[in-house]
Design a protein around this ligand. Structure first.
Ligand code: FAD
Length: 341
């Protein structure tokens, strides 16, 4: 019962904050590379100011731990836990949750941080339900160790929430925290994570994955993004105009939902409320009206350029540079000029 869990995980307000520490869950690829979004979670964990323990799970956990030891990332990183078990390979919430909760039993872990990725979005609510604590999702800023800022209503308002729970379960918006950069190798000790007995037969099974492979920078962390909208009219124009411009700048490609739904490009490129959230140094929108649901995914970009033939298009309200005109004329000219440099 939740009452029993509360006893197990402690209900008393932590009297001595010197005991506080943060557990951060890091995702890694098969070759042991830690996800960029998880390195952003490490940055957020460091901003809390407490000693950090990292948790790595899956058959590449040890490799990722060695990588992390070399990379460092934060002087506060003191402990790296590995759960080298293929049962964690696809980060099924059914398995990862008991693993993380096993560590969180320790009263010193007052904060749990994970990226607001598909994995974070799947494990955090489950942890919250089992602990009977309210998770604080998709935060964009840490005010202090109990106060966080998170966007609500698709980014139209920012809520500052204070959390009085003993354990703060937090997911972070990766585009709001820079990925922890390589620092001096850490002295953090690597040890086996205490594994719960609950790694058992699952009711779900991994059938396979179909990933869109691209040599381009990852949309979520690219420093430049070229995004196409319905104004491109069809897939052919999308490919002929967006791709060369992105090539000339070494940029990632994004799109609006209208472009995705019209079949101009793959849905993994969708930016917005129901797509990816990006905050690159440069965002160029081609034939995009600037609907609120699209802005929710890109309005924190540092420099926004919009090309649209309707000067009343709402995107111009958030754009730093606006070009009013036909994209069929402007984009090839722009691409040519950029390619000459
Ligand atoms: P349009 O709004 O049709 O705009 C096309 C623009 O191209 C126009 O401004 C036009 O002036 C311009 N144009 C046309 N021809 C040219 C030309 N030759 N040269 C230059 N400019 C030209 N949308 C998202 O993008 N992401 C989301 O995550 C998302 N989630 C949603 C969730 C919900 C619940 C709902 C209801 C909607 C969501 N939408 C989302 C859809 C959103 O409301 C808009 O419909 C969509 O963003 C519009 O895409 P667009 O700007 O490409 O198309």
């Amino acid at each position: 019962s939740s009452a029993a869990l509360r006893v197990k995980y402690g209900t008393s307000v932590l009297a001595n904050s010197r005991l506080a520490s943060t557990l951060v869950f890091l995702e890694s690829s098969k070759d042991g590379k830690i996800a960029q979004s998880s390195m952003s979670a490490l940055t957020a964990a460091a901003q809390l100011g407490f000693p950090i323990a990292a948790l790595l799970a899956g058959s590449s956990a040890s490799k990722a731990a060695e990588e992390l030891k070399k990379t460092g990332g934060s002087a506060l990183l003191q402990q790296i836990y590995v759960a080298n078990n293929e049962a964690y390979d696809h980060y099924f919430a059914e398995n990862v949750t008991p693993l993380a909760l096993e560590l969180l039993k320790e009263p010193e872990y007052t904060h749990f941080v994970v990226a607001s990725s598909a994995v974070g979005k799947s494990i955090l609510p489950r942890m919250g339900a089992l602990l009977d604590f309210q998770p604080i999702c998709d935060i964009t800023k840490i005010v202090d160790s109990a106060t966080f800022v998170r966007p609500i209503y698709a980014g139209n308002a920012l809520a500052t929430v204070k959390c009085l729970q003993d354990k703060k379960l937090i997911s972070i918006r990766a585009s709001s925290f820079p990925a922890a950069a390589a620092s001096e190798a850490t002295n953090a000790a690597i040890s086996e994570a205490p594994q719960s007995s609950q790694v058992s037969e699952l009711t779900v099974k991994w059938e396979g994955e179909n990933l869109v492979k691209s040599a381009r920078p990852d949309l979520g962390s690219a420093s430049k993004v070229i995004s196409g909208g319905r104004g491109l009219k069809n897939k052919e124009t999308f490919d002929n105009l967006v791709t060369p411009l992105a090539d000339s700048l070494g940029a990632a490609i994004g799109a609006t939902r209208a472009a995705v739904d019209s079949g101009f490009c793959d849905n993994s490129l969708q930016i917005g409320q129901t797509g990816k959230v990006v905050a690159p140094d440069l965002y160029i929108g081609l034939g995009i009206s600037g609907a609120i649901q699209h802005l929710a995914g890109m309005k924190d970009s540092k420099v926004i350029v919009a090309i649209n033939n309707d000067q009343e298009a709402p995107i111009f309200q958030v754009a730093d540079y606006g070009l009013v005109g036909d994209l069929n004329e402007i984009v090839p000219e722009l691409t040519e000029k950029l390619s000459q440099n």
